[in-house]
Ligand binder design. Sequence first.
Ligand code: NCD
Ligand code: ZN
Length: 344
Amino acid sequence: MTDTLTITRPDDWHLHLRDGDVLKDIVPHTARRFARAIVMPNLKPPVTTTAMAMEYRQRILDAVPENQAFQPLMTLYLTESTSADEIRAAKASGAVKAVKYYPAGATTNSESGVSDLSRVYPLLEVMAEQQLPLLVHGEVVDSRVDVFDREAVFIERELLPLLRAIPGLKVVFEHITTRDAVQLVMETPDNLGATITPQHLLMNRNAIFKGGINPHHYCLPVLKREEHRQALVQAATSGDPRFFLGTDSAPHARHAKESDCGCAGMYSAHAAIEFYAQAFDEAGSLDKLEAFAAFHGADFYALPRNSAQITLVRESWKVQETLRFGDDELVPMGAGEMLPWKLV
Ligand code: NCD
Ligand code: ZN
């Protein structure tokens, strides 16, 4: 049995950091574990221009502890009025690495998203030409579609038509949660990748209702059936380079989750690589963790792989019940529970 695991320092290809005062509480968790992270643009107001992304990037860098080297990779929030010039400026900046598509109304702070993707196809052509990936929140927004089916329906209604219309576009199907999404990625050429979160590897939808309703296990896309969790574990541990690490760590104040209309989002940055180690270990595939966490994403984004390393040991430790979140607190994933893997 492996008790010590040294791997190349990983990257997080899908992360929410928020903004302002809370950055100093949030950024260090990721910076301690990861060399780089793709930072989501769903702030209020959303990060829609390269100028905004550059300023946000500096505020994040200001929150990185002195002894840590962490590089935020920025994204733009796609709207129906994003211009081709903005896309070219984003690419030219070198700091913006992708553009995020939120179907309008699909999730937290997605009001300014796109309501009909085909309307922005001309812009996506420019992204293909610039080799700037499109990151998709893959859920339809349709009250007639069951919340557990929204990802599968998105594949049919939006993703397949997009992949056919613009075959040269690099697309990341973010935080996949279903067997259907795994199959699609495996059947599609290399221009389609997918990120997988720790919560979707470790939990099924029972976690939302275990012993009573648990708002801290509510995220979007929502946790799915056990058979889907198993398909995700298989994909993540398969060694297939199209699947890579993206935590979707999404902090919300405790009161915003424990509310009569609780926000979607789980916070995992405080123990992200530890959770993935646990999931890979449970699958008997610790040897596949390094490539999933440190190689596949960098290769997909055509960025150099990291050279530094991190070490994890099999030593149980207890997750804090709450963490600081500016003037508030948040309840992290695994709060109060023992985790089997510890970062040295
Ligand atoms: C994210 C957030 O809170 O910003 N929430 C979530 O449940 N994942 C938004 C998102 O990525 O969907
Ligand atoms: Zn997200």
